[in-house]
Ligand binder design. Structure first.
Ligand code: GRF
Length: 240
């Protein structure tokens, strides 16, 4: 029997991709099992989906942490001991530090403080792959380096609602639709130090008709996502 790939998942919302992965695992369509589901928002439907499937869950309340960071005088006192600002600044491609250094630093530091809490949960599990299933937060090199096995060994996957490298950012389907594209799609890629820039693992496309609304585009896109994500996880499982 093949040893199952141990997959950790992070979500922020409804969790339909999570559900597609749960179903693919349960039906034996992929050689994987989900070992936890973490969320940056409490009370989301995706957490209920995980609990219903008997998966461990946890929440790291990003909004609360970011608000606390804004209020505290000495944000550095909250940073993890192994945080090295120079290393992070050299690697990160998320914010323009030259443009507004103070704003960029507080962005990075608050995210690292939240990421340390995520890692405290994640490190208690035996995990081969971390899957971002609608997790709406960027990840800094602090987090990425502590998950990836080595500099070139990617262990974090993300799904993006557009055919990358077109339309990175938070509203892939919206941007595709407003641009007037006749083809839309979704992309599964590894996470690197930029936003939606890592190596592409798989893509699926669909046609956008002249009468399609944004809602139609989102619906067509999600249907493709639910096929694509399990397939990419299986590709990773088979490449081990
Ligand atoms: C998906 O469209 C995904 O591409 C994007 O966020 C959405 C999450 O949907 N990153 P769900 O929570 O999996 O239903």
């Amino acid at each position: 029997m093949v040893e199952k790939l141990k997959v950790g998942t992070l979500i922020s919302g409804g969790g339909t991709n999570l559900q597609a992965i749960i179903d693919a695992c349960n039906q034996g369509r992929i050689d994987a099992e989900i070992v936890f589901t973490g969320s940056d928002v409490d009370g989301v439907k995706g957490l209920d989906r995980a609990k219903k499937a008997g998966i461990d869950t946890f929440v790291v309340d990003y909004a609360r942490i970011i608000a606390d960071c804004r209020e505290i005088q000495d944000i550095d006192s909250l940073l993890p001991k192994d945080f090295d600002l120079d290393v992070i600044l050299e690697k990160q491609r998320l914010v323009d530090v030259e443009k507004n250094r103070e704003k960029a630093l507080s962005f990075i530091k608050s995210r690292v403080i939240a990421e340390r809490r995520l890692l405290d949960h994640i490190e208690s599990y035996d995990m081969d792959l971390l899957v971002l299933a609608g997790f709406m937060r960027v990840l800094t090199p602090y987090f990425i380096d502590r998950i990836n096995a080595g500099a070139l060994e990617h262990r974090i996957m993300n799904i993006h609602p557009a055919l990358l490298p077109a339309f990175p950012g938070i509203d892939g389907y919206g941007d595709t639709f407003r641009y007037g594209c006749k083809i839309g799609g979704c992309t599964v890629h590894f996470v690197d130090y930029g936003e939606d820039t890592g190596p592409i693992i798989g893509q699926k496309a669909f046609e956008i008709g002249d009468d399609d609304t944004l809602e139609d585009v989102k619906e067509k896109g999600l249907q493709k996502e639910w096929e694509l994500y399990p397939a990419c996880i299986q590709k990773f499982a088979q490449s081990r």
